[in-house]
Design a protein around this ligand. Structure first.
Ligand code: ADP
Ligand code: ASP
Ligand code: MG
Length: 451
């Protein structure tokens, strides 16, 4: 069995959906097809919710436009005799969506719970349509088997229950092609939640792992995982193969092609991931696999990547305080992208997404209130308007040549490097630069290793 995931651009238009149909129907293995909402629809659902929250009644016109987009696709791709039930389903979903927007508009209030409900319509609609476009496909509703828990202010996968529910939903089922809405889930009370923006990749990985699939194919709009974000570095090239750890590191540092949590479930089961282009299916794509399958490939730099909005949090304190910091931040739901080596004045800096920096500051100031008062720790200092850039390769500690080349390239430039580190388990070298220097730093590293 294979799991194929098609992202928003792949299911965005009549033309792209024709490609999806052809790709899926040409598979001979049993297939689970995970789909995103039509390209751009999730953003539009959110913008429309914000309009409704402002009391702006033009949300009604937005609903009409969104509905027309879906019905145009149905009219072009679903045979007339099969449209009846589908159009009824689509009608029902749009009237539920309209009621939700009306509620938001009347109350002029948009809670996280209402927004989660609003965005769920994207995948609920697309999955129903794709099921009817693909001959012999059957719909499986992820709202009934992908379950989340609340951690900090996020929904995270409730792994054990989800595995049991997937097992009972798919276990004895006789299907050749299953279609599953990506991204969406429910909590233990049945309230609609989701796995986070870009989360359809994760739905696909959870299913691939639970069903012991032979592979996970992520179908998108580029020829594969590339040496850099092609929108920022036009001469980026497709990477033929990556290890799981390299892919994970590239994604954690911002390579948008796969949603970061996606890699864990398939990595644990050693299920290879293929990144393929829906618009160019014959391109070989990228294979992400266990490093033991490398067949003696040289370990080389694989790619450069960046997180645009990061901040640097700096403290000075003795080891007994510093050693607690990562744990405190992690308990507060803050991810640390890099920690610099401690300098001679016991100073250490942490690069953190700007969206989490105030949470980090509050967590440390609360925990170390007494130490800051007595001067055992300096007050938390924060530098904003920074970006974190990383170059990724496995086994950097045995490939010091890569670090040397990075140092040389950076020293030869006039870039102001605010922090620099090789990250455990030695899979990336990351640099913190001024936000305005992000693209220049990326291009310099890319020229050094991939031009
Ligand atoms: P989908 O809708 O299929 O989920 P996404 O927009 O989430 O697609 O991801 C694909 C996009 O990721 C590409 O169009 C590309 O612009 C962007 N991207 C960023 N970094 C990379 C990279 N290193 N390799 C390939 N694509 C990348
Ligand atoms: N539709 C959702 C989003 O736009 C999930 C996904 O596409 O993976 O974030
Ligand atoms: Mg995506």
């Amino acid at each position: 069995m294979k799991v194929l995931k098609f992202g928003g651009t792949s299911v965005g238009t009549i033309e792209s959906l024709r490609n999806v149909k052809e790709i899926v129907e040409s598979n001979t293995e049993r297939t689970v097809v995970v789909v995103s909402a039509l390209g751009g629809l999730t953003d539009r659902l959110i913008e429309t919710a914000k309009k409704a929250e402002r009391g702006d009644e033009s949300y009604r016109e937005e609903i009409v436009a969104m509905k027309t987009r879906h019905t145009d696709i149905i009219e072009a791709l679903v045979p007339e005799e099969q449209r009846g039930d589908l159009l009824k389903d689509v009608d029902l979903l749009f009237s539920q969506l309209e009621r939700t927007y009306t509620g938001i508009c009347l109350l002029e209030e948009l809670s996280c719970r209402s927004l989660d409900k609003v965005v769920s319509f994207g995948e609920r609609l697309s999955s129903r349509i794709v099921t009817r476009i693909i001959t012999g496909a059957r719909l499986f509703d992820s709202l009934t088997f992908i379950k989340t828990l609340r951690r900090f202010d996020r929904h995270v996968l409730d792994n054990d229950i989800t595995l049991q529910l997937i097992d009972s939903a798919f276990g004895d089922c006789d299907f050749q092609i299953a279609v599953v809405p990506g991204f969406i889930s429910t909590d233990s009370n049945g309230v609609i939640t989701n796995l986070g923006r870009g989360g359809s990749d994760y739905t696909a990985a959870i299913l691939a792992a639970a069903l012991n699939a032979s592979s996970l194919e992520i179908w998108t709009d580029v020829d594969g995982f590339m040496t850099a974000d092609p929108r920022l570095i036009p001469d980026a090239k497709v990477i033929p193969a990556l290890s799981f750890t390299e892919a994970m590191e590239l994604c954690n540092f911002g390579a948008k092609v796969i949603y970061p949590p996606t890699i864990y479930p398939v990595f644990h089961k050693n299920i290879p991931i293929f990144i393929k282009n829906t618009f160019n299916p014959s391109a070989p794509g990228t294979r992400i696999h266990d490093v033991r399958n490398r067949n003696g490939e040289p370990v080389d730099a694989k790619g450069v990547t960046s997180l645009a909005a990061t901040s640097l949090l700096t403290i000075e304190a003795q080891e007994n305080i510093r050693s607690k910091v990562l744990n405190i931040l992690s308990r507060s739901g803050v991810s640390v992208l890099l920690a610099t080596p401690t300098d001679e004045s016991n100073r250490i800096s942490y690069s953190i997404a700007s969206s989490e920096i105030e949470l980090a500051r509050t967590a440390l100031e609360t925990e170390f209130y007494a130490e800051i008062e007595t001067g055992e720790m300096t007050p938390v200092r924060i530098e904003e308007e920074l970006s974190t850039v990383a170059i990724v390769a496995d086994d950097l500690k045995n490939n010091i040549e890569i670090s040397q080349r990075v140092s040389k390239a950076m020293n030869a430039s006039d870039l102001d490097i605010r922090a620099w580190t090789v990250a455990a388990p030695e899979t990336s070298i990351s640099l913190v630069v001024k936000k305005d220097d992000r693209c220049r730093a990326l291009q310099l590293l890319h020229n050094e290793f991939f031009s």
